[in-house]
Each structure stands twice: as C-alpha cells, then as structure tokens.
Ligand binder design. Structure first.
Ligand code: 5GP
Length: 177
C-alpha cells in the first residue's frame, strides 16, 4: 500500500480551540462532582492530555487499553480489554475519553462492560465522530468534531503505529502499489 497524507482536516490551532471549549463544557457539567476520567489508550492519549489541562475541576484519571482484531483500518467488533482500570467505578461519575467513534463497536463493548461495575453515571467524550459508519448505537455525549467517512491520522491517531505525533489531524489515502 502507498500512503499519502491527502489533506489536513484540522490544524493544531483549530484542535486547541475546540479542546478548550470541551474542557469548559465538562468543567461546567461536572462542577458538582469529582469525576473519574478514563482514557482509552493509545489513540486518545494526546487529546486527553490537552483536554485534562483545560479542566478547572478536580478529577481522577485512569487508563484502559482495548484491542480489536481486524485489519488495520477497520474494527472487527471483537474487542477485549488488555489493560484494565485500577480504580473502582462503583458510585463514581465516569467520563470515557475516546479518540474516534467509527463503527461504535469498541465503545458499545466498553459501555456494557463498565456499566456492570455500577458507576453513578457513564458518559463519553470523543474527539472525532464518524456517524455514517455506525454499526452499534452508542450515545456520544461530547464530540470534538463530526467528520465524513475518511481514515484520519495524527494528534494521537495512527496507521500501522505511525503518525501519532503529528500536531494536526490529516486524511490518509491508501492506494495499492
Ligand atoms: P470503532 O470500534 O468505533 O469502529 O473504532 C474505534 C477505534 O478504531 C478507534 O478508537 C480507533 O483506534 C480506530 N479508528 C477508527 N476510525 C479510525 C480512523 O479514521 N483513523 C484511525 N487512525 N483510527 C481509527
């Protein structure tokens, strides 16, 4: 496959402005509670580290790792937890931080699994949403940007473990050589 970065979708500045707005919204909505923020590794790490610094409230932060079997650009729906959260969720207000919601299968699995641990509430904050690709209905409570059906890289998102370090979000074009 030949890979080309076809275009830049969101600049570093546009991302920073939207992340700041999301941080303000979360700070308002969770002003009365001390939520547990669960960061889904690895793609959300950059988004989460910027978002957390925009919060003006006290939070606890933990990390969860998932893996899905499938090809490089498509989720298979067979999700498993490869690194679990250390903190207890019982009675806590929990916010899941995700990089992108595509088919929704990963979040659907996470929501069902984490809801069994009896949190007081469980909400999702995703940087990107691709609603046209949805196969499982998941409520995404906070969305950075809603995008068309592109495969995107950068700002934490990878293709074959590359591009995570780009400061912007770009569209990757894959062509057979
Ligand atoms: P879903 O289970 O919603 O189909 O996919 C969730 C995961 O697939 C995301 O957390 C992300 O890791 C990966 N993914 C989905 N769409 C994209 C994309 O456009 N670019 C990249 N780099 N990863 C994606």
């Amino acid at each position: 496959m030949r890979e080309t970065i076809e275009s830049q979708l969101y600049s570093r500045e546009a991302i920073a402005a939207r992340v700041k707005e999301l941080g303000q919204q979360l700070s308002r909505d969770y002003a009365e509670s001390e939520p547990l923020v669960v960061v889904v590794l690895k793609g959300s790490a950059m988004f989460a580290s910027d978002l957390l610094r925009e919060l003006s409230i006290d939070v606890e932060v933990d990390y969860i790792g998932t893996s899905s079997y499938g090809d490089a650009t498509e989720s298979s729906g067979h999700v498993r937890i490869v690194k679990d959260i250390g903190a207890s969720l019982q009675g806590r207000h929990v916010i899941i931080i995700e990089d992108i919601v595509d088919t929704g299968l990963t979040l659907d699995y996470l929501l069902r699994t984490l809801n069994l641990r009896e949190p007081a509430s469980l909400k999702i904050c995703a940087l990107l949403d691709k609603p046209s690709r949805r196969r499982a209905e998941v409520p995404v409570d906070y969305i950075g940007f809603s995008i068309d059906d592109h495969f995107v890289i950068g700002y934490g998102l990878d293709y074959a473990s590359r591009y995570r370090n780009l400061p912007y979000i770009g569209v990757l074009k894959l062509e057979a050589e």
